[in-house]
Design a protein around this ligand. Structure first.
Ligand code: ADP
Ligand code: MG
Length: 365
């Protein structure tokens, strides 16, 4: 059993926040895990997370702490999930993609391009008894419908559960990718498709959840055994409350659906962490598409990390506080990651690990 890794990230103040409130911030750093948060009534709350990334933290710090261990495990067929959560404008997409997936300053690269680099770099150094196949899928959940971002005509993908492979998206396109440029181009096509669909439907990307799925298949050329690790990167819709947006009509419906799926996520987290018998009680995964897709990540066979993205400004303190409370609750979730399709614990894995990190690093230096 392992806990979900929960981190908080505060982006720098925006120019609007600076204009409205100068340099005022609602957090006071204690150390790399703890900070004091001050709400609008000057009440203080101390939060403790696995790691706190303050405004000067770099993308590489977030990647190394939050994502790299999960990517390493996914390469060894242990499923992994990395989720960004927070209100619109808090830095979820910046953390996930960076300012641009194909072109941006190396320092600003987000988690996605770094995951791509790590996967291909590691598979390059795998010994010749292992053959890797990497595939990519991208889906978006909008108004409780799952849409394939590699084929927009697939706009109502069904979720299935298989005994051996867990939760699956029926008929979703899996694009084989052979190197980082091809993987990044494929991802950027999916991102562009998302924008096309949004323009057609007149919605903003912050109103839907986006899931990037890496399927990493490893085949042993010695005994032909294959095993697969799935890595999900989830950029959630903005968690802000409906009232604040003053929404009407369809926008209000959207906001309600988002709130419903995010509260379903909150309910699942509650059920997993504070039920009378711990994990023995009913977990309402089926209450939303989001929780159904994340079922393995939250309650089962996955190593999971949650990045709670927040604005440091007093203007956003009530949204930031609810994001941080969500994260604090999620910290108590325990999952049982194991090798997919094989009944082995992570510790037993070492004998079947073709990639030795130290030897790879020696080669790189
Ligand atoms: P979200 O996806 O949560 O709605 P974004 O990631 O789009 O928010 O971020 C909103 C704005 O803040 C963007 O202009 C983004 O470039 C900027 N931003 C977010 N996080 C950071 C950060 N850590 N450093 C610098 N700029 C950031
Ligand atoms: Mg976003």
């Amino acid at each position: 059993m392992s806990n979900i890794t929960v981190c908080a990230r505060f982006r720098p103040l925006s120019s609007k926040e600076r204009r409205d409130h100068g340099d005022a911030v609602c957090i006071q750093c204690v150390d790399s895990e703890t900070f004091i948060f001050k709400d609008e009534k000057a009440e203080e709350f101390t939060f403790n997370f696995d790691r706190v990334f303050y405004e000067k933290s770099e993308q590489t710090d977030v990647y190394r702490f939050l994502a790299q261990p999960i990517v390493q495990d996914a390469l060894n067929a242990v499923n992994g999930t990395i989720i960004t959560f927070g209100q619109t404008g808090a830095g979820k997409t910046y953390s996930m993609e960076g300012p641009g997936i194909l072109e941006c300053h190396a320092v600003e690269k987000g988690l996605l391009p770094r995951v791509v680099e790590e996967i291909f770099e590691c598979t390059k150094f795998a010994d010749e008894t292992s053959k890797y196949t990497i595939k990519l899928s991208m889906v978006e959940i909008y108004m409780e419908k799952v849409r394939d971002l590699f084929d927009l005509s697939k706009d109502n993908i069904q979720i299935k559960e298989s005994k051996t492979q867990g939760i699956m998206l029926n008929g979703v396109i899996e694009m084989p990718v052979k190197d980082p440029p091809e993987a990044l181009l494929t991802l950027s096509n999916g991102i562009a498709n998302r924008a096309v669909g949004e323009t057609q439907m007149n919605i903003a990307s912050s109103r839907s959840h986006c899931i990037y799925i890496f399927t990493i298949q490893q085949e042993s050329t010695k005994d032909k055994r294959a095993r697969t690790g799935k890595l999900n990167l989830v950029d959630l819709a903005g968690s802000e409350k409906v009232e604040k947006t003053g929404a009407e009509g369809r926008v209000l419906e959207e906001a309600k659906t988002i709130n419903k799926s995010l509260s379903a996520l909150g309910n699942v987290i509650n059920a997993l962490t504070c039920g009378p018998t711990g994990r023995g009680n009913h977990i309402p995964y089926r209450d939303s598409k989001l929780t159904r897709i994340l079922q393995d990540a939250l309650g089962g066979n996955s190593r999971t990390a949650l990045l709670c993205c927040c604005s440091p400004s007093p203007t956003n303190s009530s949204e930031s506080l609810s994001t941080l409370r969500f994260g604090a609750r999620a910290k108590h979730i325990k999952t049982s990651p194991r090798v997919a399709n094989e009944d082995k614990s992570i510790r037993e894995l070492e004998n079947f690990t073709p990639i030795k990190r130290e030897s790879r690093e020696k080669l790189l230096n």
